[in-house]
Write a protein that binds this ligand. Structure first.
Ligand code: BES
Ligand code: ZN
Ligand code: ZN
Length: 506
């Protein structure tokens, strides 16, 4: 993966020429362009700004070439921060997204940012540095395509370097290190979600986990279970889903338990890892199946997040779990009407083989419980119904513990990732009632499909603080949104990293 060279300090890297680099300058919004630039070195630009109607509006940018106006200096990109009274870290990040997108469009590869005058805004230099590196990294992302030069593809122009000019550089630098770690984890998630199901198999996810173990040099340990080993443990719900595919399933467990962990909390991250969801015998329509390589996005997110948490050396114990398999129709497939005894001891009637995610999650959650997790967050592209409620904009949050949910919500807010709590009304459990078994795996035509799915999982998370994030709408989008390109988004990595930070008191 491409790595940008980040730096901070008074002197910009000597190799940068005025000609090749683009300087990004923040401007607060004022009623007129003249006022916006008054007293600053940018005054000479106010005429062009007036012409372009740029006066520092939030998310607006203007590219200028002072030397063409007979002045010294190279190209500059002015980006609006909006009004001083409304600045906060989220608004600043939105401005930076607009700025880096404009910089990318300009074709510039070496960027220099002047530290904006943020004293009194509540935004620290550390936060600015982290936001710059994170956003530069995720805006610079190029989809992992298979286009060739022979086919006429021209190589993507990546950002080479990003420098922040500042006097006190320690905080900015440490923020930049963190931002690059989290940004790379997001890009890694996007790559896995975009990777075709033919390549992104359960074994591929396992090899990614082992690769992380190697890179983390002792900080992360990985355990991978085969179909046979899962059978021994009684993971019948997971294996029922895996039955239909000749591609071998894998149960993947990653452990990060630093010696300096500040508490006994063991955070369990469970990610839905269906590498392809055809629907099984209850087969999907062609349109409904088209993008189902994305059905392992939850797994890719927890994998990348635990990697980032370890790289940041956060003093908190974390485990990640992925019950990875395809969901395929075939002579061996599990069938509608089958009854399975899940690892957690409850019996489940298969009402619909396309409601496979919840079956794999309940065994993963039971495994996490036995592995000593004290708190659980699962991320799953679980229901099409969540798109009806929240579109591709936010994730649905479901919980059995309001206090734990508050932690996750606060972490998401700090990440600028939208979550909305959805009902877990007892009366909705009716949808999961089965004549033959303790539960059935689909609410059928009962309605409230995202809630009945969550209530099904809740039956297996009893006694453990648990939050379920339904990311079916946000994990992969058919359009560009904010810093996310079309395709895999890496949604959730930031929320999970922030959660680990909160739990470790950082
Ligand atoms: N993987 C799908 C959900 C999904 C839909 C993810 C759209 C991403 C985008 C899930 O396994 C599924 O098929 N759910 C069914 C459940 C139903 C059969 C009870 C659904 O939502 O239709
Ligand atoms: Zn399905
Ligand atoms: Zn699915």
């Amino acid at each position: 993966m491409h790595r940008i060279k980040f730096s901070a300090g008074m002197e910009q890297p000597a190799s940068l020429s005025v000609r090749s680099s683009l300087k990004l300058v923040a401007v607060f919004e004022h009623p007129t362009a003249q006022q916006a630039f008054d007293g600053s070195s940018l005054r000479a630009l106010s005429q062009q700004a007036e012409f372009s109607e740029f006066r520092g509006q939030h998310e607006k940018t203007m590219l200028v070439f002072p030397h063409s106006a007979g002045e010294a200096g190279g190209a500059q990109l002015l980006y609006g921060l909006g009004r001083w009274e409304s600045i906060d870290i989220s608004r600043l990040r939105e401005s930076l997204i607009a700025a880096f997108k404009a910089a990318k469009k300009s074709g510039a590869v070496d960027l220099v940012l002047v530290l904006p005058p943020l004293a009194g805004s509540g935004i620290s230099d550390q936060e600015f540095g982290e936001s710059v590196a994170l956003i530069a990294t995720i805006v610079d992302y190029e989809v992992n395509h298979f286009k060739t030069a022979k086919g006429g593809h021209k190589a993507h122009k990546h950002f080479k370097s990003v420098h922040v000019t500042c006097i006190k550089d320690k905080e900015v630098r440490s923020g930049m290190r963190a931002g690059q770690i989290v940004g790379s984890a997001i890009n890694n998630t996007r790559n896995l979600v975009n990777l075709p199901a033919g390549q992104c198999t359960p074994e591929h996810l396992a090899s990614q986990a082992r690769e992380l173990e190697r890179k983390a040099a002792g900080a992360i340990s990985v355990k991978v279970l085969s179909r046979k080993q899962c059978a021994k443990l009684g993971m019948n719900a997971f294996l029922a889903v895996a039955q239909g595919s000749t591609v071998e399933p894998r149960f993947i467990e990653l452990t990060y338990e630093p010696a300096n962990a500040v508490s006994d909390v063991v955070l369990g991250l469970v990610g839905k890892s269906i590498t392809f969801d055809s629907g099984g015998l209850d087969i999907k329509s062609a349109g409904g199946m088209r993008d189902m390589k994305c059905d392992m996005a939850g797994g890719a997110t927890v994998l990348s997040a635990i990697g980032a948490i370890a790289a940041l050396k956060l003093p908190v114990k974390v485990k990640a779990f992925m019950a990875a398999t395809e969901n395929m129709p075939g002579p061996r497939s599990y069938k509608p009407g089958d009854v399975i005894e899940a690892m957690g001891g409850l019996s489940v009637e298969v009402d619909n083989t396309d409601a496979e995610g919840r079956l794999t999650l309940i065994d993963a959650i039971e495994y996490a419980r036995r592995a000593g997790c004290t708190h659980i967050v699962d991320l799953a592209t679980l229901t099409g119904a969540i798109l009806t409620s929240l579109a591709d904009v936010g994730a649905g949050l479901f919980t059995n513990d309001p206090v734990w949910a508050q932690e996750v919500k606060a972490s998401a807010r700090l990440a600028d990732e939208l979550v909305w709590e959805m009902p877990m009304w007892a009366a909705l459990k009716k949808g999961n009632e089965s004549q033959l078994a303790d539960l059935k795996n689909s609410g059928g035509t009962f309605g409230a499909g995202s809630s009945t799915a969550a209530l099904f999982i809740a039956a297996f998370a009893q006694g453990i603080p648990w939050v379920h994030l339904d990311i079916a709408g946000v994990a992969m989008r058919g359009r560009e949104l904010g810093a996310d390109p079309k395709g895999g988004t890496g949604w959730g990595v930031r929320t999970l990293v922030n959660l680990a930070r909160r739990l470790s008191g950082k």
